[in-house]
Design a protein around this ligand. Sequence first.
Ligand code: ZN
Ligand code: FE
Length: 256
Amino acid sequence: MTSLMIDQFSCRQDNFGVILHDPLTGETASIDAPDGGVIARRLEQAGWELTHLLVTHHHPDHVEGIAALTEAWSPEVIGPSAEAGKIAGLTRTLSDGDTFEFAGRIVKIISTPGHTAGHICFYIADEDLLFAGDTLFALGCGRLFEGSPEDMFGSLARLGELPDATRVYCGHEYTQSNARFALTVDPDNQALAERAKQINDMRAEGLPTLPTTIGFEKRTNPFMRTGDQSIRKHLGLEAASDVAVFAELRRRKDSF
Ligand code: ZN
Ligand code: FE
């Protein structure tokens, strides 16, 4: 099995587009459709035909390109059952635990409510690949527009069970501001301090800070480190539940 080619690029304000391509079968998937024009140009330049469009959630900056891409290529458009009524153009809806095949690989749906009620992530175990949409970001997580802290904490906990080596692609380049916040709640974390420095260097050169990995996030992302004693101490929540620590982190980040 040849390995999948992955084209990650920035578009709109701070969104990432990601295109997956299998040279053997020619199958090609776009993760979300933030900008139909930009995605179409990249496909044309590469000479790839879009066969799949994988939609994580209903927000405009993830679905606006569906119509244009469908008109050009008629891909299978796969999205969350729970948001079927909010996303026009889906040809197939899936729920937690469902799987489908892309280029001979099994893609598994992981339901991750919190940012939106029906948000899903796409996981390809064979490739150690996760497409996390707006659930997990490098050093951060999505805002709770439609879910509770319990929902999002549970969603991040599930992603945290994936192998450390899992490469994580996310919907946005928010890493630098996430790092600034993370340092305020986890200032004694050496791995975080080093990472924050690298991130500043990468952004100064205009480089993307993604993909990240699950292992990396578990060591440095405060939203995945709610059990850490040093973070708890900084928040004055030594004896609180993990969900309470998570909720306080999210509350502080919302007004950071
Ligand atoms: Zn969103
Ligand atoms: Fe988004």
